[in-house]
Ligand binder design. Structure first.
Ligand code: COI
Length: 353
């Protein structure tokens, strides 16, 4: 990943086809914390390496949390965040779960806004569903090898222009349902957005790829029966009797897109329901027509139709194997709000620039 300052022409070439997670902007925001001094004032600096001691706690015990949110350029040139307060609140909750220092929600929002102001030229226009993906994170930096909550940490915000997370996403993805791997257990860190949760899912994710699927779908750790979440996104199921069902919170991420889709569901004639969903109900429902759609939702994934599920070596087609109408309509509805093409009746958008 380049850290040289790019010329405007180089930046425009990147913005034309950013991919996801390949490029970073010119700056970052950094603040340091110690148990004795608290937080320093966040500073905007050129993007560059962080200096860590080899004994820094994060390198040994994964004491780390992060967030993901997007900035959208509207037709008038203004740059808006989507429900950033929810990211700020979740970041603080993740900090508590990982015994990291909490950043005040307003300080989180101010740091994100400071990076956006410094790097506003990196926010693509809204065509092709491009945006600027922002990645706030906190790492435990105290150099020591004992196991305890670190007394020093660094918070930073970096960002990069983003296109679709799944290049073929709106045409549908396949999920491999793992009956062996678990992402999270009751009482664990499943609800935290922490690096360790994702690291623990990487072997399963690699297996999903090896089996020809785009991502893994995790089941609960106890019975390997109840849907949890996919590798990088929440999942929802649409039933023929008009519900939009999604697994309840607890061991899964409290996704901002998940919450937004539940809120939008009634506007699409669907009753939103948070309830345990058994994998056999989904597979049987796909076969007998009582489940009509499955889709994945997340900041990176937006709303991505799931068109096949592979479970115990058997492939089940969802619906007729094409993206379902509710997935497409809700995706369009959500992105129209995010890009300012539809009225923001829920008061979700925050203009920053
Ligand atoms: C997001 O959707 O923001 C995520 O964090 C998913 C992934 C890129 C880790």
């Amino acid at each position: 990943m380049s850290i040289d300052v790019r010329t405007p022409a180089e930046r425009d070439a990147i913005l034309a086809d950013p991919g996801f997670g390949r490029h970073v902007t010119d700056h970052m925001v950094v603040a340091d914390w110690s148990s004795t001094g608290g937080w320093t004032v966040p500073r905007v600096t050129p993007y560059g390496p962080l200096t860590l001691q080899p004994s820094a706690a994060v390198l040994h015990y994964s004491q780390e949390i992060f967030e993901g949110l997007k900035a959208y350029r509207h037709a008038d040139g203004g740059i808006h965040l989507f429900r950033p307060e929810r990211n700020a609140r979740r970041f603080a909750a993740s900090a508590r779960m990982l015994a990291l220092p909490e950043l005040a929600e307003q300080d989180f929002l101010d740091a994100v806004a400071a990076l956006l102001r410094a790097d506003h030229a990196w926010v693509p226009d809204g065509t092709g569903e491009r945006s600027l993906y922002l990645r706030p994170f906190t790492v435990a930096t105290e150099p020591f090898l004992g196991v305890r909550a670190a007394a020093e940490a660094t918070f930073a915000v970096i960002g990069g222009p983003a296109g679709a997370y799944f290049p073929g996403g709106v045409t549908g993805i396949g999920l491999w349902v793992s009956t062996e791997h678990s992402r999270a257990a009751p009482g664990g860190t499943g609800a935290a957005k922490c690096g360790g949760n994702y690291a623990a899912g990487l072997a399963a994710q690699a297996e999903a790829k090896a089996r020809g699927c785009d991502q893994v779908l995790f089941l609960d750790a106890t019975e390997h029966r109840w849907l949890e979440e996919a590798g990088t996104m929440n999942v929802v199921v649409v039933t023929a009797d008009g519900t939009l069902a999604t697994p309840p919170l607890g061991t899964i991420l409290d996704g901002v897109t998940r919450h937004s889709v539940l809120t939008l569901a009634p506007e699409h004639g669907l009753v939103p329901v948070e309830r345990p969903i058994a994998i056999d109900e989904v597979l049987r429902g796909c076969a007998d027509g009582s489940v009509t759609e499955v889709f994945a939702v997340g900041t990176a994934a937006v709303v991505t139709p799931v068109t096949s599920l592979v479970h115990a070596g058997v492939t089940t087609t969802v619906g007729d194997g094409a993206p379902g109408p509710h997935a497409l309509a809700i995706r369009e509805h959500l992105t129209d709000i995010q890009y300012g093409r539809a009225a923001d009746v829920h008061g979700w958008m925050r203009r920053v620039v």
